[in-house]
Design a protein around this ligand. Sequence first.
Ligand SMILES: [Zn+2]
Length: 430
Amino acid sequence: MAQGELQLSFPKILTMFADYAFTVEERFLRYVKIDTQSDPNSTAQPSTEKQKELSKLLVMELKQLGIQDAELDEWGYVYATIPSNTKKDVPAICFCAHVDTSSDSSGTNVKPIVHRKYDGKDIVLPDDNSVVITTSEHPYLKKKIGEDIITASGTTLLGADDKAGVAVIMDMVNFFSKHPQAKHGAIKVLFTPDEEIGRGVDKVNLERLGAKFGYTLDAGERGAYEDETFSADGMTVTFYGVSAHPGYAKNKLVNAIKVAAAFVEQLPKNSFSPETTDGREGFVHPVQISGVAEKATVQFIIRDFDTRKLEEYESFIKEKMEETVSLYRGSRGEVQVKMQYRNMKEVLDHYPEVSENARRAIDRAGVAVVNMSARGGTDGSRLSFMGLPTPNLFTGEMAFHGKQEYVSVQDMQKSVETIVHLAMIWEEKS
Ligand SMILES: [Zn+2]
């Protein structure tokens, strides 16, 4: 290749954002005011029609930025392409964020407040003084002194999860529209509905998206990079008793409720549970119990970073089930396992350049990489197994799903820088 005629030299890369007027804050403040809460009890797609209000606005703004193919489909997904501006053959990469907010806390009438040059004190939210964001509960805040912190007002969540990701991606589009000399391959933008209720990629059309690799913008602190999630199964344990009229039940009735209770009592109390594990430890977690004398069921979620361990946990539960029914003559039990999702690392390990480029981009933005493992699933874990390897990048969103949610403007700007660099690194390396 001719010695970088149109390429930016390295010192120029470092000053690329020196006079860039970021739009991420202004966009974020507008997007969070639109109520996009999803609803786990709805069977519609998307689960709530109101999510489309933000999606429609995003399509309009993408078109204003010159993205001609921006479109909202019938299922609530926004697809858009920033066309390649290089002669090189670069794999198309996708940046993805979700528009919905959690149903754990109200998302109606969000009033974002910008705390300029944050002073390091606890933040009391004005609409409900009992809601205080304390530095003891949120130690990350201590690193944010002097930055501009955005919070909600005390009666709602903020919705930085994931409108920070949405605003970051939109500002990246804005940057490239104003810097045609910055070279990149085709960049695909994907905004999804219903991530918070686990249906974020149910109706995604990967053929239409046409990307080779993806990145979700939905991780927290500055520099956070997640290429690993839990592997997850669901498990149902069913106990059958023998029912009889309680007035004449002597030596006949076997109560499945009591069998189930005895089984739950046998589960470990000081290990193996979400309330006693963190870091890389897995767990078995009963999430629902229901039943009558004749039949009772206990539902579990099973989690570990190592997929092989799920089977161990499942055999352990099966053993406990068998032990329990052996103590209640006439009762019997059965177990059923359902695959939920798998650790995305199993896929990402086959494409090391996806993570290498991401780490390099974070570094080029002048940020230290913070490797993290998500103790849960992301849209990316499902996308990775659907054929689109998709790790998760930081946006600055913190304390999600509650009224204490906050985000730093400067973290969001660093996230914009990171994904601009990332798109350019894919081009450089091709
Ligand atoms: Zn999220």
